[in-house]
Design a protein around this ligand. Structure first.
Ligand code: SIN
Length: 314
């Protein structure tokens, strides 16, 4: 078996690295390029029921250690992505990918999941509970009662493999509280973290914010979020039941970053900001870098070190 292979919900992936939703995965061309790449899977841009233009530009800005964005869920609508993943499933039976959905209301999420449930699609769904960029719509993941309500209603009828994309949490009590809720449901995975939402970047020269939507507020991704991402991956890995796999996202630029996410408990990692900068060759580079680290340490599979981070108390 490939050294970088991983298994989630009984599905095996040849490589534990893939794109993060939103980055180079909005069009058929983007998705075709991911299919041809070394990535272990792809996730589609988070879909709403209908096509959405998203927020006005400028809506993304590069930072010295990452990026700030407030895209506002620009996407081609659920039908576009559902048709794509079903056609891909027919072409490549036995492969699993991730269809991301991000309704801006519970009703929209339930309607999309009903449509997916009734379809031929058998892959994973990533239910995005953490987009910080839709004006007037707070992140569901920060409202624990609402997460409960959403998952109650979803699992009332939805029987295919499903995970949730979470925002970062910043207090250990919040790790306890969200994990206690998530553990009540037959989730296949959780993806942690989405961007660190509602940050503000200021250009001191122009004395202006750097992105237009929401008065300049946006989500931070890239290198600067790695410690927060690792804390969340580890915090959830220690608290979730073993049937729920962790997808680690945030601050991955190189093979060492992938290694650290896996040490903290990730079974799969997603790369957002750096994939945006580097494109498809990223996956080959990361695979080489992670393989080199594993060989030096004598590891032959990611299970040899997944979740085995040591603390000073061990
Ligand atoms: C966006 O489209 O605004 C980004 C999506 C997300 O952060 O979930």
């Amino acid at each position: 078996m490939n050294m970088l292979a991983t298994t989630i919900g009984g599905r095996t992936f040849n490589n534990c690295m893939m794109n993060a939703a939103g980055i180079r995965c909005q069009s058929k061309q983007d998705l075709d390029a991911l299919v041809q790449s070394d990535a272990g899977a792809y996730v589609t841009k988070s879909a709403t029921p209908q096509k959405r233009a998203g927020n006005p530009s400028p809506r993304m800005h590069t930072l010295p250690h990452g990026s700030i964005n407030s895209m506002g869920l620009p996407n081609n609508g659920l039908d576009y992505y559902l048709n794509y993943v079903i056609a891909d499933q027919q072409k490549r039976p036995g492969t699993t990918n991730f269809l991301s959905v991000a309704g801006t209301s519970l009703a929209d999420n339930l309607a999309m999941l009903h449509q997916i449930q009734a379809s031929e699609y058998t892959g994973f769904v990533e239910l995005n509970l953490s987009c910080p960029n839709v004006p007037g719509k707070p992140q569901v993941g920060y409202d624990f009662d609402r997460v409960h309500t959403v998952l109650d209603q979803v699992f009332d009828f939805y029987t295919k493999p499903l995970g949730v994309k979470l925002p970062p949490y910043f207090d250990l009590v919040h790790f306890d509280q969200i994990a206690a809720i998530l553990n009540q449901y037959p989730l296949t995975f959780v993806n942690s973290i989405n961007s660190i939402g509602n940050a503000l970047v200021v250009d001191p020269q122009s004395e202006q914010v750097v992105i237009r939507p929401k008065g300049g507020y946006g989500g931070i991704g890239g290198a600067s979020v790695k410690p927060t991402a690792l804390a969340n991956v580890r915090g959830l890995a220690l608290r979730l039941k073993p049937e729920i796999a962790i997808v680690g996202t945030g601050g991955i630029l190189n093979g060492v970053d992938v290694f650290e996410h896996i040490l903290c408990g990730a079974s799969m990692v997603q790369i957002g900001t750096q994939f945006g900068y580097e494109g498809i060759p990223l996956f080959d580079r990361l695979a080489t870098e992670l393989t080199d680290i594993m060989k030096k340490k004598g590891y032959t599979s990611i299970d040899d070190f997944r979740g085995k981070l040591k603390t000073f108390d061990d």
